[in-house]
Ligand binder design. Structure first.
Ligand SMILES: [Zn+2]
Length: 77
């Protein structure tokens, strides 16, 4: 499943998981939305209390300083 814990937007994986085709009609069905997962193998971020959030909420949290990056992307300015 992939459903944002903040805004409740979801993608096809979530519909498959629920087995409810009527979810395709939902305004919150965002087939092309990217989701960030806690536990991704190559993740270099820590979303704190969240396990699955969409890219727009992720960016919002990042702007607020809520995302902890495990390594700095740019070591040299
Ligand atoms: Zn979201």
């Amino acid at each position: 499943m992939a459903k944002c814990e903040i805004c409740d937007d979801f993608n096809e994986d979530h519909i498959d998981n629920e087995g409810d085709d009527s979810l395709y009609e939902s305004e919150q069905y965002k087939p092309n939305l990217y989701f960030y997962w806690h536990g991704d193998i190559e993740e270099d971020y820590d979303m704190g209390e969240y396990e699955c959030i969409c890219v727009s909420c992720f960016n919002g949290l990042d702007l607020q300083g809520e995302i902890k990056w495990k390594k700095v992307k740019k070591d040299i300015d």
